[in-house]
Design a protein around this ligand. Structure first.
Ligand SMILES: Nc1ncnc2c1ncn2[C@@H]1O[C@H](COP(=O)(O)OP(=O)(O)OP(=O)(O)O)[C@@H](O)[C@H]1O
Ligand SMILES: [Mg+2]
Length: 180
């Protein structure tokens, strides 16, 4: 018996109604084709960058929703600070959260490198990238940083891995939060 509907699990209330169909792709045809390639698993990584309010989280949540079947999801969606908190709280409980994340065919990290990252945070990101890379599992990342800013924040080695895993595309448009 299905306990949860597709719309409910893990989707922040603000994004309950969003899907790829409700996204206006007018200015983002290139992003749509990258999203479709990612869905067909032709890309291991999809990196969405762009200014605030252009719909990066909208697209990420839509892909997450598509991975939910009944009460089961093939994906895990985490805002980057949630990810750091989860991994760090695991240290105290003797749980290796990074190992637990390995089981997900798709990991979605929203807002990568937002806020100040500690050395531990950077290590967590590096570990995740390495793990996804080696296990050939999919990673979806959103960020406000431009690729060169991300490079500076992450360090070249991690970034070259990230770039090598797939495609980075800019989501363009106006800040739609202004419309609300
Ligand atoms: N092209 C679009 N078509 C339809 N809705 C959009 C589009 N772009 C943004 N939105 C809507 O605008 C709001 C803000 O979008 P979202 O939160 O996805 O932006 P973001 O790029 O993740 O911003 P931030 O970098 O601040 O996290 C959401 O309600 C989203 O559904
Ligand atoms: Mg966002």
């Amino acid at each position: 018996m299905r306990k949860y509907s597709k719309a409910v699990i893990g989707v922040p209330p603000r994004f309950r109604g969003v899907t790829l169909e409700t996204f206006d792709w007018k200015e983002n045809a290139g992003v749509l084709s990258a999203v479709e390639r990612f869905e067909r698993r032709e890309l291991q990584l999809l990196g969405l960058y762009g200014r605030p309010g252009v719909g990066k989280t909208h697209i990420a949540i839509s892909l997450y929703r598509e991975s939910i079947y009944g009460a089961i999801s093939n994906a895990l969606f985490l805002e980057v600070s949630e990810l750091f908190n989860m991994v760090k709280s695991g240290y105290g409980e003797n749980r290796n959260v990074l190992e637990e994340l390995r089981v997900y065919p798709l990991l979605i990290i929203d807002d990568l490198m937002s806020g100040n990252c500690s050395a531990t945070d950077m290590e967590i990101i590096a570990e995740i990238i390495k793990e996804r890379y080696i296990s050939k599992k999919q990673l979806l990342v959103t960020t406000n940083l431009l690729p060169n800013e991300l490079e500076r924040a992450l360090g070249y080695h991690e970034l070259s891995r990230l770039f090598g895993m797939g495609s980075w595309v800019e989501v363009k448009g106006e800040d739609r939060r202004m419309d609300v």
